[in-house]
Design a protein around this ligand. Sequence first.
Ligand code: MLT
Length: 341
Amino acid sequence: MRDSLVRRRAFAASIATIVLVLAACQGGGDDDASGGADAGNYPEGPITIVVPFAAGGPTDTVTRLIAEPMAAELGVEIVVQNVEGAGGTVAADQVANAEADGYTVLMHHIGMSTAPTLYPDLAYDPLEDFEMIGLVTEVPMTFIGSPEFEPSTMEELIAYVEANLDTVTYANAGVGAASQLCGLLFETATGLDLTEVPYDGTGPAMDDLLGNQVDFMCDQTTNTAERILGDEVKAYAVTTPERIEALPDVPTTEEAGLADLQVTVWHGLYVPAGTPQGAIDALNAALKIALVEEGVITRMGELGTAPVPEDRATPEAHREQLEAQIELWRPIIEEAGVVAS
Ligand code: MLT
């Protein structure tokens, strides 16, 4: 009896020890504000930023631009990983299901707010399955044509598309992409039904447009500005209320008679829900430093955009933006009757 009592106590003590060790591994035992384990000495190794579109495109360009100063601030390597497909939803789903430890980050844009309406069976909830790190930039879009495409103005483009509906091709980066949303707004504004050619990103779409394989597209200035300034493509209009500094000769959609066709592509960083608050704070602090870095400001300016002001580079402002944009685009997309098939 006695022996068994001693053995049982010893066994109980060892169980208690195991629980404690496990708790210690959990970093002091208390869950932090985000409900995740404490971040401890975050970061302790490389961080991956997942880009939902092909390398060389506008979202990849913005990501690689801020990744460098963020890595310098965090003191670790940042790896940019391109995960293409389904207009960005494949990458978002991958990150939603990644370890919530701060080492997997998603860069996404306006597509995060259109996906819930475009994909009725979307595998993730943009508001529930992610923590926001902060907004990054809001990029204007431009309508451009291939070098050999006949139209030279937005007005000529609309007339030409109307007259050649069956043959004109419009490139985009899939359902859920900014280029797809802009195409949808063009169809809504003109009443014309486009023949869309989907790519894994507007980086590869640009290659085909330069090669006259597709006729026109609407894409972010971070991918078009230098092509326009180099006269490599035809430029029809920019989707902002005012002309932009980098492209003073490109008229606005309003000047071209399409006042309702206005859109800018906001970008933000996300981590899986449950990521430790300490990691979120460190990523946000590094983002803020990157957005005031001289080289980032200059380069974004050359590409027709700018970092968001500091008060928008916050998790709170980012979440407000996402909530508002989901509500803004839902009725517009439903009215257009576009659903991913
Ligand atoms: C890209 O990086 O390829 C773009 O963001 C795609 C898009 O949304 O049009």
